[in-house]
Design a protein around this ligand. Structure first.
Ligand SMILES: NC(=O)c1ccc[n+]([C@@H]2O[C@H](COP(=O)([O-])OP(=O)(O)OC[C@H]3O[C@@H](n4cnc5c(N)ncnc54)[C@H](OP(=O)(O)O)[C@@H]3O)[C@@H](O)[C@H]2O)c1
Length: 269
């Protein structure tokens, strides 16, 4: 999809963090953005920032963990703005913890918000995209490339989302639907890491939300499959880890990644 002007995008998690920044950048490209999240005030905030810059944003307060009602969200969105050209599954939650200390309710919740809701939204919107073209972007994480200790529930959901993206991309090959996965590292300015009391290990570094939003736009325009957004040269290390996981585990320990994750669990982040 080379030109985004006058397209319609449905973006989950648009009330704050990276989602609000993606919404803004999409709007600057001439996209009508429909942002979904639970917080009305957060959506209103995103709306006023975008409208002050001359863009168009519609906030739809909705809890995407109510997956059986996502078909109703589709009707609501279609009535408001017509058919959707771009779906961005960005909403997500995480909580570092010792795996045995998570309760089942949380495991079900994170799986629903981070994985199942995106799959169900895709199922709802894919038929119209197959008819008229479209693009789906799933916001994963580096934790989908290498599991993060003390963040096993999150890693599982993001790994699942990454493989869902990979499978779907192959399935729709040859149609006018593109499917991309974005793998951001730690984002410093907004979002779930920005308030952390634990400093990022040097090897991971941090990135800006603008860099992630820019990667989303580029993935749609150039139909990119997987996009890693990180400050350091992680790609070769991830390739070595895929061949030698014990090396990857050792590397995570000696570079402070393991301690970083444990500290975040100890602090209840
Ligand atoms: N920040 C990072 O360093 C980083 C790194 C890699 C990947 N990511 C991924 O990037 C995405 C955005 O993260 P972020 O850092 O921007 O987090 P954030 O600031 O906590 O924002 C999360 C967004 O998801 C929405 N959300 C959560 N639960 C929802 C629900 N049940 N229904 C509807 N919306 C819901 C939130 O809105 P409401 O609370 O208003 O519902 C909010 O808009 C996530 O998928 C995250 O995993 C983030």
């Amino acid at each position: 999809m080379k030109d985004l002007n006058n397209k319609v995008a449905l973006l989950t998690g648009a009330s704050s963090g990276i989602g609000a920044v993606i919404a803004n950048l999409l709007a600057q490209e001439g996209v009508t953005v429909v942002g979904v999240a639970r917080s009305k005030s957060g959506l209103n905030n995103t709306k006023s920032i975008i409208e002050n810059l001359g863009g168009e944003f519609h906030g739809v307060p909705f809890d995407i963990s109510q997956t059986s009602k996502l078909s109703e969200l589709k009707v609501q969105v279609t009535n408001a703005v017509g058919e959707v050209d771009i779906l961005i599954n960005n909403a997500g939650i995480e909580e570092y913890n010792y795996f045995q200390d998570y309760d089942l309710e949380y495991i079900e919740k994170i799986t629903t918000v981070n994985l199942i809701a995106g799959m169900e939204l895709t199922r709802q919107f894919l038929p119209q995209m197959l008819d008229r073209g479209g693009h789906i972007v799933n916001i994963c994480s580096l934790a989908a490339k290498k599991g993060e200790s003390f963040n096993a529930t999150y890693s599982a959901t993001k790994g699942g989302l990454a493989l869902f993206t990979d499978a779907l991309r192959q399935e729709v090959h040859g149609t006018s639907v593109g499917v991309s996965a974005i793998f951001p590292g730690l984002v410093k300015d907004v979002g779930m890491y920005s308030d952390s009391q634990v400093k990022a290990p040097l090897i991971l570094g941090t990135i800006s939300s603008n860099k992630v939003a820019g990667a989303v736009i580029k993935a749609i325009k150039k139909d990119k499959p997987d996009v890693i957004v990180n400050s350091g040269p992680l790609r070769p290390l991830l390739a070595i880890n895929a061949l030698f996981p014990n090396f990857g585990n050792w590397f995570a320990r000696v570079t402070g990644i393991f301690d970083f994750c444990r500290k975040r669990a100890d602090l209840g982040e």
